[in-house]
Design a protein around this ligand. Structure first.
Ligand code: FE2
Length: 609
């Protein structure tokens, strides 16, 4: 049975294909349309998915949507009636965020989109899966046979937090908290208050929090109260998002207590840093209390955390360290990116009772390009390159990294979810702070306060980090061991933590070999890993990787088995179209191609590309 999970009109538009419980592809539309956080129907992703699998709509048995629209309608009607007519504002939203009336019409939009894409064909049956049920269904691809599953996000169709007991191929919901009692929405609206984008920039606030003090913590503890049985209650004296939605989420009391909103781009002050600190700490405290309360009622050694709030790796790390569980698993697509996958998994296992056969050990469920496509793209761009055997490529790139060069690594299928995990990554040497400044200002053009994530071979992780379990999906932020911090300065956040990714040879051989070889050369088996993009969705296709390489100051591009460099590049001029060209001064001769393709290398004269 093949299930197509799909969602449209929300901030993580995309799809998943799942065959008998095995995920085949998980694709976000933004990777293909190149429009960040698009809400458009995922027609590009559909084409990419069906092309990749060589199948058509006829091969899909069921279409699963990650919203129960009946439940959502009931919840919305109640919310509208409670504060009518002001509550009509709940139906309005800014362009990039979920809009209630669009979710209410989700099935209509999906049918319309599919008909536009495929023509007037018979559609497979469409089923609706509860939003939190879909999040919770990641349990079915977790390493656990049994677990407590906690879902927290902005809002679902009938709750903003839910807990489930997972056993084999069954999930049973045992707790929920109402839609407007939402830790996720509190975090999102304070993120917006701090001048960042809600439903997307929450990670920036988490990073900023480490620079704050506890000056506002006492006051912020009045914003989220402890409730019975370990729960929490959002104090709506501070918020009006249950009445005015995104139009006016804060009440005057919030503004008088915590100050006016920061204008986007304005200077960050101690007030902003301290508010971020208070928000983060109170969020951590609420999650810890909740998990402890749930574990007291439903003892378990295993915990699955999912929903957008589970992107908070600092809170996740505390949950693992401080609640007595043996193991925590957070899927790489905890946010709504994973909702189509979850809807398909729920239908497969919970509804149809198929047994579980698959464990999600890596996140590489995007599309890939072939060697020929990679080389054709490089040729079209006029870039010289070498096709290198694997061992030589790893050796050369490790030396580049040790020499302080910044490398774009494009290989295999891209990662699902918001994190680059070694297949669409920018890699660099973590040993000096100067590298952080270089990547922040020259390549990524992002805020200086944001940390860079370290990647380390799993077998060396405990030497550098206080870590007790593998973390292939970058979901924890353990402390960097005090004696090692000076060795990996650029990867240590101001609070002494690192947003770690552990890598194994089984799940990503080249990535593992690269970090290991860098360790052999330098004594430090750790690299900085950040997503391969520049103010855009993470690159998906070779053309986008090449474009990003050319318009930034990245030193080396690895595109499949192709190696591209521009050592000693001079200042890149801008041509009439406004695009930066690259001047290549040091071009390596093209190596003998292992596959003996017959195209000759194009001569280069070092002039502007
Ligand atoms: Fe969600």
């Amino acid at each position: 049975m093949r299930v197509l999970g799909i969602v449209s009109e929300t901030h993580d538009t995309g799809l998943a294909l799942v065959a008998d419980g095995v995920p085949e592809l998980v694709l976000e539309e933004e990777r293909f349309s190149r429009v960040k956080r698009t809400k458009a129907f995922p027609s590009h992703a559909i084409k990419a998915a069906f092309d990749d699998r060589g199948v058509g709509l006829a091969s899909v048995d069921v279409i699963a949507l990650p919203w129960d629209i009946g439940r959502f309608r009931t919840m919305t009607a109640r919310a509208l009636l409670r504060h009518f007519p002001m509550s009509l504002n709940l139906m309005h939203a800014r362009a990039h965020v979920p809009q209630r009336n669009q979710i209410l019409l989700l099935e209509h939009y999906i049918r319309k989109g599919l008909r536009t894409h495929f023509g007037d064909v018979a559609l497979p049956p469409i089923v609706q899966v509860g939003h939190h049920d879909a999040h919770a269904a990641s349990f079915f691809v977790s390493p656990f046979d049994d677990a407590l599953v906690l879902v927290m996000d902005g809002f679902g169709d009938d709750a903003s937090g839910s807990a489930y007991l997972g056993q084999g191929n069954r999930l049973e919901r045992v707790w929920s908290t109402p839609v407007f009692n939402s830790l996720g929405l509190v975090y999102t609206f304070v993120t917006e208050h701090l001048g960042f984008e809600g439903f997307g920039d929450e990670g920036k606030v988490m990073a900023l929090a480490a620079y704050g003090t506890d000056r506002l913590l006492g006051r912020f503890r009045d914003v989220v109260h402890a409730a019975e049985h370990g729960g929490y209650t959002v104090n709506m004296d501070y918020f009006s998002y249950d009445t005015y939605g995104q139009i006016r989420p804060m009440k005057a009391k919030f503004l008088s207590t915590f100050g006016p909103p920061r204008r986007r781009g304005a200077a960050l002050t101690d007030q902003h840093r301290d508010l971020a600190y208070a928000l983060q700490k109170v969020t951590e405290e609420a999650i810890l209390r909740l998990v402890r309360g749930l574990l007291a009622r439903f003892p378990s050694r295993h915990l699955v955390l999912t929903g957008g709030v589970a992107l908070n790796c600092v809170a996740n790390g505390r949950v693992l360290a401080e609640t007595g569980i043996d193991r925590l698993w957070v899927p790489p697509c905890a946010s709504d990116t994973g909702a189509p996958l979850g809807a398909a998994l729920w239908h497969t296992h919970q509804t149809c009772a198929l047994p579980r056969t698959y464990e999600l050990k890596n996140a590489y469920l995007g599309t890939a390009s072939t060697d020929i496509e990679n080389e054709t793209a490089l040729d079209a761009a006029g870039l010289d390159y070498e096709v290198m055997p694997e061992a030589a490529l790893v050796g050369r790139v490790a030396r580049d990294l040790a020499d302080g060069r910044v490398v774009g690594l494009y290989q295999g299928r891209f990662e699902m979810g918001p994190r680059a995990l070694g297949n669409r990554s920018i890699l660099a040497d973590p040993r000096t702070l100067a590298m952080r400044a270089k990547i922040n200002t020259v390549i990524k053009k992002r805020e200086e306060f944001r940390p860079f994530a370290p990647v380390v071979p799993w077998e060396r992780a405990a030497e550098f980090f206080e870590i007790t379990q593998q973390d292939p999906f970058m979901t924890l932020a353990p402390k960097v061991r005090a004696e090692k911090r000076s060795l990996i300065e650029a990867a240590v956040h101001v609070d002494g933590t690192g947003r770690i990714q552990t890598v194994t040879a089984e799940e990503n051989p080249r990535y593992h070999a690269l970090v290991s070889e860098f360790g052999r050369l330098t004594g430090v088996p750790v690299l900085i890993n950040t997503s391969f993009n520049e103010q855009e969705p993470i690159v998906a296709r070779p053309e986008e990787a090449i474009a990003c390489f050319r318009r930034t100051d990245m030193d080396v591009l690895v595109l499949g088995n192709c190696y591209v460099t521009r050592h000693g590049r001079s200042v890149a001029p801008t041509d009439a179209s406004g695009e930066h060209g690259a001047v290549i001064h040091e071009l390596k001769p093209r190596a003998q191609r292992p596959d003996a393709r017959d195209r000759e290398p194009r001569p280069r004269d070092g002039s502007t590309e």
